[in-house]
Design a protein around this ligand. Structure first.
Ligand SMILES: Nc1ncnc2c1ncn2[C@@H]1O[C@H](COP(=O)(O)OP(=O)(O)O)[C@@H](O)[C@H]1O
Ligand SMILES: [Mg+2]
Length: 405
């Protein structure tokens, strides 16, 4: 068994462009000819273990393996199984309960090595049962930060969430969309022709798109896997397509709602695409959408940049618009829990382009003023949010929001 064989296996003309760029090539790579003659010549059964993906091996070397197994990223149920096995192995069943395992395997996308690290330390530290969950968090958060591992599927939806006040236009009211998604999930059987559940959300920043998807996950008791455009974009050739494919596979395994947030860079119009890979990214998403059996949602701040042909492929489209009179009143009450005088109501009406996020920002900025904050303070702060957008030249000011066929 040749463990940690990464450097030995990386052939001289492997496609390891980046390591070459950073000058790492000379030390990191072996001699492909020599490697291949070793692979051809070994007389005993030989297992090679590498931490790198097959793409960093020269194809001529790859061909020489009789059998190969790719250990992909673990999904939540696989992680739960590893947690369970390891907890028994370290005899920690009393501390790490099944419900804690459920939470941990959903929240931390750790490898088996990370799980073993945590449990080893836990066995040494012997915390009280009540402190156990917090201690595991203390061990896992920095481990994940160090390795760049995403933690936590979406945070919970805000406590005061409701659909009331949102200004949404589209194929269906948001309440009916929630019901349609529920019906889709309850539908039994795997008829390949059954309509897909792909939803596109658009609207200015802060208008409530991300929050709506969290809400959907919560009412349907379904995990939401969130990937932002920047999570998925890769500097490697073909890397983005692979990230996209992996996200769909992960969601399929976890039976989760897959949410691509802020897809603007990822799904821009193909005719405007400067580079071939921008076209293949869009194509990859469209193909995966077609074959995906679960619920797929994408959100964009700039609908006008999106690929028109792709927009048509979504089953439902919802446009989140700036709040209207009723919406502004609703959010003012919801966020500040005060009444407005008729004059203040007029003032609020005069502030243009407000979204739920503005109310939240103002509530946070006035939080420490406590009871000394007045409606005048709140209105002034909201006006400032609105003015800032005008100065920032929000592009959607000029063009109407909504879906144009
Ligand atoms: N329906 C709602 N009820 C209460 N608060 C909301 C609602 N929708 C959005 N918010 C608040 O507005 C903020 C911004 O919303 P978000 O969904 O992040 O906007 P977007 O994704 O469109 O940029 C959220 O953090 C949340 O606090
Ligand atoms: Mg968002």
């Amino acid at each position: 068994m040749i463990d940690e064989a990464d450097d030995m296996l990386r052939g001289c003309d492997g496609s390891d462009g980046l390591s070459e760029l950073f000058g790492g090539r000379t030390q990191a790579s072996g001699d492909k000819g020599l490697l291949n003659s070793v692979l051809d010549g070994v007389q005993v059964p030989c297992v090679w273990i590498a931490n790198v993906g097959p793409e960093s091996l020269a194809p001529s070397s790859r061909r020489r393996f009789d059998y190969s197994i790719l250990f992909g990223k673990l999904d939540a149920s696989q992680r739960a199984a590893i947690w369970r096995n390891s907890v028994s192995k370290f005899k920690l069943n009393r501390l790490v309960t099944p419900s804690l395992i459920e939470t941990l395997s959903g929240k931390y996308e750790t490898s088996a090595g990370g799980i073993a690290m945590v449990l080893r330390n836990l066995a040494d530290l012997k915390p009280k049962a009540a402190d156990c969950a917090a201690l595991i968090g203390k061990l896992l958060e920095p481990h994940c930060a160090l390795l760049g591992i995403q933690t936590g599927s979406a945070k919970g939806v805000s406590r005061d969430y409701s659909l009331a006040g949102l200004n949404i236009h589209g194929d269906m009211s948001p309440v009916r969309i929630v019901e349609a998604v529920r019906a889709f999930q309850d539908h039994k059987g795997d008829d390949p022709d059954r309509p897909r559940m792909n939803i596109l959300l658009s609207g200015p920043p802060g208008s409530g798109k991300t929050e709506f998807v969290k809400h959907l996950g919560e009412v349907l008791k379904t995990k939401v896997i969130v990937k932002t455009g920047s999570n998925l974009l890769s500097m490697w050739v073909g890397g983005t397509e692979k990230n996209i494919a992996n996200a769909f596979t992960e969601a399929e395994n976890d039976r989760a709602i897959l949410f691509f947030d802020e897809v603007d860079g990822l799904m821009q119009a193909r005719e405007r695409a400067q580079r071939s890979w921008e076209v293949t990214q869009v194509n990859e998403i469209l193909q995966r959408m077609e074959s995906f059996a679960g619920v797929f949602i994408a959100a964009t701040n700039f609908l006008q940049n999106l690929d028109p042909a792709s927009i048509r492929r979504f089953t439902f489209k919802l446009a989140f618009d700036y709040l209207d009179h009723d919406g502004k009143m609703e959010f003012f009450h919801k966020m500040f829990k005060t009444e407005l005088t008729p004059e203040e109501t007029n003032e609020l009406d005069a502030i243009a382009h407000l979204v739920p996020g503005d109310f939240r920002t103002v509530r946070q900025s006035l939080f420490y003023l406590g009871a000394t904050a007045t409606n005048a303070d709140r209105l002034a702060a909201l006006r400032q949010e609105s003015d800032m957008k005008r100065q920032g030249g929000v592009s959607s000011f000029a063009s109407p929001i909504g879906f144009h066929p």
